[in-house]
Write a protein that binds this ligand. Structure first.
Ligand SMILES: NC(=O)c1ccc[n+]([C@@H]2O[C@H](COP(=O)([O-])OP(=O)(O)OC[C@H]3O[C@@H](n4cnc5c(N)ncnc54)[C@H](OP(=O)(O)O)[C@@H]3O)[C@@H](O)[C@H]2O)c1
Length: 281
């Protein structure tokens, strides 16, 4: 039976939670795609997909952990087939900018025969406030194998605005939007802006890839996650993304938010005020 729900995968994550909130504000029925939801949605358990896709007409796909990981394309193929069988009419796919491996999954979506929009995003601002770099901010130290390379970080709120536009307005069908923020920033520069906004001291240390890998091994980071971090740090962040794009302007007719403005607003929420071994200035 066809329905009119929108399934949001990664619904408890950085973009999915924002997409969910915006859709619900519009009165649209959202199916929460989460391992904790009932029925549960797990990319690694196809047996549960049919129940989650019941009465769903559109899907926002925020794959975990990344479309570039080995096996992602097969999983995506299986999921798209199940979605088609279930009567889904539209897919909006979140992809990573500069990840040529992810483009095979993008192709599957584009060739699915369903209406589609591809949202190919730069690194999120929220990696520093809701994800792995938050620990660095709170610890007052970031030891990373990243030097001068610049990334055009983008706001997850801007991404969510584009995704919701794509899910609710047919004019975005068939489009591939490359989303970046308005500034190219190195990682030391990004931490410096957060240090300034939050009043925290954050020491940035450039270490080698070997040292970073050894640290991950010592912390018993799972091997597949180590592979992904290595891929992101050595391939995606090799300078290929050192350019700005106008995807937010194209999709929404407005400029993307700047990292500096976002850091000011985020500091005011108190998220960087916690003490986790880091010194206050
Ligand atoms: N972070 C970035 O800078 C960035 C940049 C460009 C593209 N992307 C892409 O964005 C996507 C999301 O990445 P993210 O880093 O922002 O993570 P995220 O969406 O914040 O990740 C957490 C979400 O993933 C869900 N999840 C985790 N494992 C799952 C599984 N096995 N099955 C189903 N859901 C699962 C979690 O749900 P539950 O725990 O509730 O199940 C949660 O909703 C990835 O495809 C990534 O490549 C990220």
């Amino acid at each position: 039976m066809m329905g009119n729900r929108i399934l949001v995968t990664g619904a408890t994550g950085k973009t999915g939670s924002r997409v969910t909130a915006r859709l619900q504000e519009k009165g649209i029925e959202v199916k929460i795609g989460s391992r904790k939801a009932v029925p549960s949605f797990d990319w690694n358990d196809p047996s549960g997909w049919k129940a989650v896709l019941a009465r769903v007409s559109k899907v926002y796909i925020a794959y975990q952990p990344d479309l570039a990981v080995p096996g992602a394309v097969d999983t995506m193929r299986g999921f798209i087939n199940e979605a088609k069988k279930s009567g889904v009419a539209q897919l909006v796919l979140l992809s990573g900018r500069g990840e040529k491996e992810a483009q095979e999954a993008e192709e599957l979506v584009m060739q699915s025969g369903l209406a589609f929009t591809i949202v190919r995003a730069a690194w999120f601002f929220q990696n520093f406030s809701e994800s792995f770099f938050l620990d660095n901010v709170l610890a007052g130290e970031a030891a990373l194998p990243l030097g001068d390379v610049k990334e055009p970080f983008v706001d997850a709120d801007d991404i969510a605005d584009v995704v919701v536009a794509a899910l609710t307005d047919d004019r975005h069908h068939g489009k591939v939007y490359e989303l970046s923020g308005p500034d190219l920033l190195s990682f030391p520069e990004a931490f410096e802006i957060i240090a300034h906004a939050s009043g925290r001291r954050i020491q940035y240390l450039r270490i080698s890839n070997g040292e970073y890998n050894a640290a991950m091994a010592q912390m018993q980071v799972p091997a597949d996650y180590q592979w992904l971090v290595n891929y992101l740090f050595t391939e995606v962040l090799d300078g290929r993304n050192e350019s700005l794009t106008d995807g937010v302007q194209q999709a929404l007719g407005r400029k993307p938010k700047s990292f500096k403005e976002w850091a000011g607003v985020t500091a005011a929420t108190g998220i960087w005020a916690a003490v986790a071994g880091g010194e206050q200035q």
